[in-house]
Design a protein around this ligand. Sequence first.
Ligand code: RRO
Length: 287
Amino acid sequence: MPASGTFDCHNAPALPFDAAILGAIVVKSVTLHPQKGNPPPRLAETPSGLINSIGIPSPGIDVFIQQILPVYTALGSPVIVSVAGYSANEYAELVAALDGLKSVEAIELNLSCPNIRYHRMPAQDKDLLQECVAMARGATAKPLWAKLSPDVPSVGEMAQAAEVAGADACTVINTTSAMMVNIHTLRPMIGATRGGLSGPALLPIALAAVWDATHHANIPVIGVGGISTVEDVVAVFAAGASAVQIGTASFYDPMAMPRLIGELDRYLKDKGIASIEELKAKIRQSQ
Ligand code: RRO
């Protein structure tokens, strides 16, 4: 599935592939109230990866539900709605607004956006993370995924905390906080100074985090970070992931997701493995 924020429904009509082949579509995080996001420059391409400080431009949850959700639903894949609140109460309100909607398969709680001037980032503060997840849990019976940050001493401890508070799965990881300098202006490339780094540099960080999360928590872990080849997909499954998300690879190659789905099929066939479930069972036996 696409990582949140990397699959724009405005481009959906121009998509070069049928989105129904995806396991699911994760939408860009939605906030309770409309907001513009950060002023540009908010995206920088560097040799180490992309740095973004988009800052969650959002139409607000009401407009999202009325005007944007139907566009995603029409694509024929299960829709996962990512939500970002500024307090535990806001997470609960966002989740409550989505609770009754049949077209919402699951809700990803984005607890880890690096580009918001939080007083405390939920994914970096165990008490706040648990408060946000617990409040959201109280507002829905739909599956709840907690999206975690790599910028913590132990992603495993945060995954465990999310599980205890009622998360059904966790998504590991969001981008990592970073900065790049424009050597001509001698200024940071990003207006907000820092942004979130994504791309291949993130893969080893994601692998360590997914491993850590699966060894601390007993809920499925969705692996994301730096995946661009079928070998990367298999590596993230080998680290313990139940499913994978693709982000920056699609920025450089809009066909990355269908390509990886095809390559994974061929990889399994070549190895004589019947399904992804069988691959996961083999991984479990080998460890
Ligand atoms: O919009 C963003 O700036 C953003 C978000 Br919500 C996020 O979760 N991760 C990221 O790298 N950027």
